[in-house]
Design a protein around this ligand. Sequence first.
Ligand SMILES: Nc1ncnc2c1ncn2[C@@H]1O[C@H](COP(=O)(O)OP(=O)(O)O)[C@@H](O)[C@H]1O
Ligand SMILES: [Mg+2]
Length: 186
Amino acid sequence: MQLNPEQLQAVQYLDGPLLVIAGAGSGKTGVITQKIAHLIKNHGYQAKEITALTFTNKAAGEMKERVREILGRASYGLRVCTFHRLGLDILHHEAHLLGLRRGFSIFDQKDGRNLLRDITKSDDNSYLNAISNRISNYKNAGISPETALEFAKNEDDALITKIYKEYVKRLLAYNAVDFDDLILLP
Ligand SMILES: Nc1ncnc2c1ncn2[C@@H]1O[C@H](COP(=O)(O)OP(=O)(O)O)[C@@H](O)[C@H]1O
Ligand SMILES: [Mg+2]
């Protein structure tokens, strides 16, 4: 693929973080794969020193394949994975710093829902959903149960932050993390 001038500029820029915003099918993946090849072929980087992150496993597989087509063997050791996968790898290395033990498990949405059911003693699915979403939002914003309580505006908020606190405590007791933790904890 012959890069256009803007694509070439994005590939060759190495002086710091670079944000590229471009539409679907405009060549974003092509730019990233070409950039990886450029770093390895022309700048002495090894594949194992580079990590490329995507949102889905499908996109990661596609990107890996496209780099392999360009570089062949030189691409071995390149890490292309989802944000969550990288988070999990980091947690495996650093679990001890978080009070997690080896072989911790990952709660999926259903496991998390069951935990909330235990905590709240409620069987109301829409209520459990709402709480689950609130907790997820707190985690994605990096807000701890303590901070959430400080900012609680009413009784309702205060109750949810209590549930949130209990949820975090019980997850740890189960030696488990949820999907949001794969981003938050690293
Ligand atoms: N400069 C270019 N010249 C020719 N084809 C290109 C160019 N840039 C992108 N393409 C082609 O457009 C298609 C979409 O590219 P891709 O990198 O998958 O886009 P995106 O990741 O933005 O959706 C691919 O078939 C790619 O080869
Ligand atoms: Mg793409």
